[in-house]
Write a protein that binds this ligand. Structure first.
Ligand SMILES: [Zn+2]
Length: 466
């Protein structure tokens, strides 16, 4: 381990700010967890600093995971997709119930799962994660785990806040009292001072149109814009969801009937007066400060046009391996349907996209870099630079983190991600053709990690000539 808190200079094969040209063999100076210098040549004033060389690495802005459920991070493997999406939800609920057998232990299970998910995300080079939070939940759990990660490094060497969790408190009202309790949880945190210990601004998540009515989404839409509350909603995720919303039939009817009041027939149930169609939710979400639609696999053309129209405040979070887990099929103007998410078509419309891992209930791990590599392997119409932006520059701009995240700039916290390259990538001629480097970054064999983690483990204290 590097033993002191002195400033350190680091050089790697490539500095890749993503929002500007890559620099071969560039230098970054980090002091007190903050970037003090970025450039091609180390100025004389910094030449006496300890120099850490990272051959075979590129340094990127910290990765941003725009959709996760950390509470399921204790799952060792994903829950099989089953026969339908509600079938999978049923299995997930059964997993949860198994933990509920000892209610007094539920909070400690949950805390351990969230801590494990934070640690796993961090180790994969994720620096900001948008998390869907349900009860039991505590800000302290997050702050404690982030502090434990920071304590792995000497004071000043790592960024003060190595990873931030931005919770979106899930709101549901399919059972009315549930709305009151989740809202109560949310309200207890609204007035809290902004944390500098790993907790991002609280956002909200009307869960999905089959569990959260228009009333809930409207409540989120009514939040004062100046509060800058992120709103996330699972929307148009499965075909079964569309069938339920349009016809109150299909596998969701079997799943939800026991939850709704058995006394009334489903068609007459008062819940349906409040239930909204996807288009109605999209319209409400367009009034919020920022809205991230999780998945959006089966959004209509009309809704996609609306998202494009509101691209400065609305976007879709695509979770590539979760998409694969459920085997979604898209018509996207072609027949037969394709199992590829219609990325290029939607981006051509102007729909903004971000990347997420979703949870370990539908994904084997929380490695966002693996998600990006999957997109690269499957989506040949997208440029690698577009893919990188979705989880760095563009996500940071959307979430209003631009002053601290999404680029490599002097004054930013050194929340940077190191990428172990898969072989040597020549510096020759690449300044004019950065796309070759971006493509190489997303090759199958590359690996991501937090920069300070890589530096600490190299045990380098080389003061030799620059
Ligand atoms: Zn989700």
């Amino acid at each position: 381990m590097i033993p002191t808190s002195e400033a350190v200079a680091v050089t790697s094969d490539w500095l890749v700010p993503v929002d500007s040209s890559p620099t071969p063999n560039g230098f970054i100076v980090i002091e007190d967890g903050t970037i003090r210098f970025v450039g091609q040549k180390l100025p004389a004033g910094f030449q006496s600093l300890r120099l850490v060389r990272l051959p075979g690495f590129a340094i990127l802005p910290g990765l941003i995971n725009s959709h996760c459920h950390l509470e399921f991070s204790d799952l060792e493997s994903p829950i099989p997709a089953g026969n339908s999406f509600p079938d999978w939800i049923n299995r997930l609920l059964a997993f949860r119930r198994a933990k509920n057998n000892a209610p007094e232990q539920l909070a400690s299970y949950r805390q351990a799962a969230i801590a494990s998910g934070i640690r796993e995300s961090y180790q994969a080079g994720v620096r900001w994660v948008v998390d869907m939070a349900t009860e039991p939940w505590s800000a302290t759990w997050i702050e404690n785990e982030v502090a434990a990660i920071a304590a792995l490094f000497p004071i000043g060497f790592a960024p003060k806040v190595p990873i931030v969790v931005q919770p979106c408190i899930e709101l549901l009202d399919i059972v009315e009292h549930r709305f009151e309790s989740t809202l109560a949880l949310a309200m207890t945190h609204l007035g809290a001072p902004k944390s500098t210990t790993g907790l991002g601004e609280i956002g909200f998540a009307p869960h999905a149109p089959y569990t959260a009515s228009k009333k809930v989404t409207q409540w989120c839409a009514n939040l004062p814009l100046k509060e800058k509350r992120l709103v996330t909603m699972h929307l148009a995720e499965s075909k079964e969801e569309l069938e339920w919303l349009q016809h109150q039939s299909g596998p969701f009817a079997d799943l939800l009937a026991p939850i709704l009041d058995r006394g009334a027939s489903l068609e007459l149930h008062p819940y349906f007066d409040r239930q909204g169609q996807i288009t109605e939710h999209v319209a409400l979400l367009s009034q919020s400060w920022r809205a991230m639609i999780a998945h959006g696999n089966y959004l209509s053309q009309r809704d996609l046009m609306s998202l494009a129209e509101h691209a400065s405040t609305m976007g879709v979070v695509h979770c590539p391996r979760t998409h694969r887990h459920f085997g979604h099929l898209h018509e996207a103007g072609q027949f037969p349907p394709t199992d590829r998410y219609p990325f290029a078509e939607r981006m051509a419309l102007g729909v903004r996209h971000f990347l997420g891992t979703d949870s370990r209930a539908s994904n084997p791990d929380l490695n966002l870099w693996t998600e990006a590599k999957r997109v690269r392997a499957e989506q040949h119409e997208l440029s690698s630079n577009q893919i990188l932006k979705m989880m760095t520059t563009d996500a940071a701009e959307f979430l209003d983190l631009g002053n601290e995240y999404g680029s490599i700039r002097v004054g930013h916290p050194a929340t940077l991600t190191a990428i172990k390259l898969d072989g040597v990538i020549s510096c020759d001629g690449l300044v004019d053709d950065a796309s070759t480097l971006y493509d190489a970054l997303l090759e199958e064999g590359t690996v991501s990690a937090p920069l300070e983690w890589v530096m600490a483990n190299l045990q380098s204290n080389d003061r030799t000539n620059l």
